[in-house]
Design a binder for this molecule. Structure first.
Ligand code: FAD
Length: 476
């Protein structure tokens, strides 16, 4: 226990929906930080003293006010699919399950306003009834919440067209609750709202978000596989195909991923239904395009030596739990770790205009199998130290780039640091996902000024998961 008097807190608000069972609290305090052996160790034993599930804004404010008076820490929890122990309370206190704050407030003119606890899959289902859909969502869309995406995520599915969620025009506004004895609800617009993005819930409690929407599309999922032919490697073909498709202005896209061999084997090893789609010794492109683009994608695939091995209606595939969207982004890491727990991952982004050259360079340097024979089994000891998984997106300022989530055989912190250095030496940006502090991942060491200003305004007592920010008090 952390020493916070949560029993007195609970007694002061008896009508709230509390959870006190220690085993459940230990479980609910965890996210997917176990993808990192380093975070797994750093975060061991960290957990909440109590959890509460506010049913409305009134209950949330009662709780926050009481915690502020008693100086008890609060940690926000969406669906706990974050990757960095983002919703793990570092110094105990109250875990706040936002899941009951799940209403759509309004939807009109291509814009929706919804409460932060709504699940993205449920939100998208409601939107599609009106002919709209989310512009971008993580591959965890089935369970992940809107607030969790905004405070902890990046984007993902849809970012090939709309960029990351932080690209101007995607998030239009937010309301936030301040952590003080008399909590206030503040309305933040545009850049002011974005100051709360990706701070892992440490700079403000997001109550509602307003998002610009995309027109709903009948999406089609295709798997295109590539073998080594002539001068071109299968991976080279898949990469060039993915890039050309990403640039093709007439084809409406939702996702383009490239999995270097033997990464698709992580999926087939778990579910042999996918064996036809992912034959051994092939690299694969996983694409989701508007149904109208089918013919053009097939023509492009043929031009680059690819073969279409799977095609499905995306809505139907999601209903049957067979969507390739759940093989993209960090789902590829999840599949890999289920088969080969000795692996971990990195998060990288490549420079616009040089992205293909950089991907090839890191793949050449770290992606070769140790015996040169490319084993079909991704868990084989000879499989390459770093297996490549690329996603195409538009960057925050527009140009096409690649992101990569390479799967790294973990041989200790020192070797991981060497690989990161090797990537950086080739000009690749690595957002090290093995750090437990907000400042040290994407922000490169320092909290941005706008985030620091939001923190001063919305959490002056530093009660939002204290210990998650490496630096407190904030420098003047
Ligand atoms: C298999 C897998 C695949 C993934 N794919 C993607 C992907 O494609 N793209 C991507 O961006 N991410 C991805 N992620 C990471 C994660 O799933 C997403 O970021 C997701 O949107 C998080 O939502 P959540 O509800 O689970 O948030 P949680 O994990 O519950 O919370 C995330 C952070 O947000 C904070 N938070 C939650 N609600 C609020 C609130 N209302 N106000 C303030 N702070 C709040 C929490 O304190 C925490 O710091 C993936 C993770 C896994 C395990």
């Amino acid at each position: 226990m952390s020493g916070h008097d949560v029993a007195a807190l609970q007694a002061s608000l008896p009508a709230l929906d509390w959870t006190t069972d220690p085993e459940r609290l230990a479980l609910l305090s965890r996210d997917f930080a176990w993808f990192s052996p380093i975070l797994e160790r750093t975060l061991q034993g960290k957990r909440a003293d109590i959890m509460v599930r506010p049913r409305d804004e009134g209950e949330l404010k009662q709780l926050v006010g009481e915690c502020a008076k008693r100086r008890i820490p609060l940690t926000l929890r969406g669906a706990a699919t974050g990757n960095y122990g983002q919703c793990t309370p570092i110094r105990g206190g109250v875990l706040v399950d936002m899941g009951a704050l799940d209403r759509v407030i309004w939807q009109r003119d291509g814009v929706v306003r919804a409460q932060a606890g709504i699940r993205l899959g449920a939100l998208e289902r409601q939107l599609r009834e009106q002919g709209f859909e989310l512009r971008t969502m993580p591959s965890t869309f089935r369970v992940a919440t809107l607030g969790g995406l905004f405070a902890g995520g990046f984007g993902g599915v849809g970012s090939i067209t709309y960029g990351p969620i932080a690209a101007p025009g995607n998030v239009l506004g937010a309301s936030a609750v301040s952590v003080e004895p008399e909590p206030q609800t503040l309305e933040l617009r545009g850049a002011d709202a974005l100051a709360l993005h990706h701070n892992w819930g440490t700079t403000g409690i997001v109550l509602e978000l307003e998002l610009a929407l995309a027109p709903a599309q009948p999406w089609l999922e295709l798997v295109v596989v590539f073998d080594n032919a002539g001068e071109r490697s299968g991976f080279g073909g898949a990469l060039d195909f993915g890039n050309t498709l990403a640039l093709a202005p007439g084809i409406v896209k939702r996702n383009i991923a490239v999995l270097a061999r033997p990464v698709p084997g992580f999926v087939t090893r778990q579910n042999n239904k996918w064996q036809q789609a992912f034959p051994p010794a092939h690299d694969a492109a996983l694409v989701v395009v508007a149904a109208s683009g089918e013919g053009a994608v097939r023509d492009l695939a043929a031009r680059f030596g690819g073969r279409v091995t799977h095609q499905a209606d995306s809505a139907e595939a999601q209903r049957r739990n067979q969507t390739i969207l759940e093989m993209c982004w960090n789902h590829s890491t999840l599949h890999a770790l289920k088969v080969d727990p000795g692996r971990t991952y990195l998060q990288c982004s490549f420079t616009a205009g040089r992205h293909l050259e950089q991907v090839r360079a890191v793949h050449e340097r770290f992606g070769r199998s140790s015996d040169g024979a490319d084993p079909a089994d991704p868990a084989h000891p000879a499989a390459a130290e770093v297996l490549m998984h690329v996603e195409f997106i538009r960057s925050i300022d527009g140009p096409l780039i690649c992101i990569a989530l390479p799967l790294v055989r973990y041989a200790g912190e020192a070797r991981l640091a060497q690989i990161i250095d090797g990537y950086r030496a080739l000009g690749v940006r690595v957002n090290n996902p093995h750090h437990a502090h907000v400042e040290d991942g994407r922000f490169g060491g320092t909290l941005p000024a706008a985030a620091a200003a939001a923190k001063r305004r919305l959490d002056p007592l530093n009660l939002l998961n204290p210990g998650k920010l490496r630096v407190w008090p904030l420098p003047a």
